[in-house]
Design a protein around this ligand. Sequence first.
Ligand SMILES: [Zn+2]
Length: 243
Amino acid sequence: MIDSSVNLLVVSAHAADFVWRAGGTIAKYVKHGANVSLVILSYGARGESNDLWNIEGQTMENVKAVRKSEIEAAAKCLGVENYEIWDFEDYHMEITPERMDRLTRKIREVRPHHILTHGPKDAFNPDHEAVSDYVFKASVLSTSNGVRMEGYPTAKQTRLFGFEPHQSEISHFNPDVILDITETYEQKQAAMNCFKAQKHLIEYYGAKALMRGNQARRCSGSNQYQYAEAFSRFLPYVGGEFV
Ligand SMILES: [Zn+2]
């Protein structure tokens, strides 16, 4: 059940990853009262802003400004108020010991029940794979009593879920979890429309949401699902019974 007792942390490598891959899910958690925290590690200025660089006289400063306004608009569409942009350089994104500490601290601050981030395999996108490893390692460090951080007590191991990568089959992606986003799909569509620097992806991710909706119906035997998003699991489901 999604309610105000649930803390969700989303870690996005670049400006728009959280929207393409989890926008409907994020909007749904916000809508049902969960505490959603979003960390956007970079603007994707070098690796995911190709259309902007086709403009003559373009500058890094301007690309970042455009991406910033797009992030603000998209977060608003999804209802996310609590977000941070850490402005790491992308392509290639480097994870330093200081950055590992920063995310570990963030996890201890948010104390998420679930983390959504990039899955471990993402063909053609080394940043996404680096971030997947980064988030997993920080989640483990956050549980260690020996990793001392004044004011940030040790956390419990959180459940991690991986976004569906852009090239699903080539990345050997198989959905472990398919979440219904029918009730928030319009918000996702509006958020996707904010990213004018990556217009070509809007149709693509609209089609993916429909396809995953079809699979949701087929796998569940229920016709209530129209749009869905798929995720991988970093760790197995643990419980006292099958669900
Ligand atoms: Zn990305």
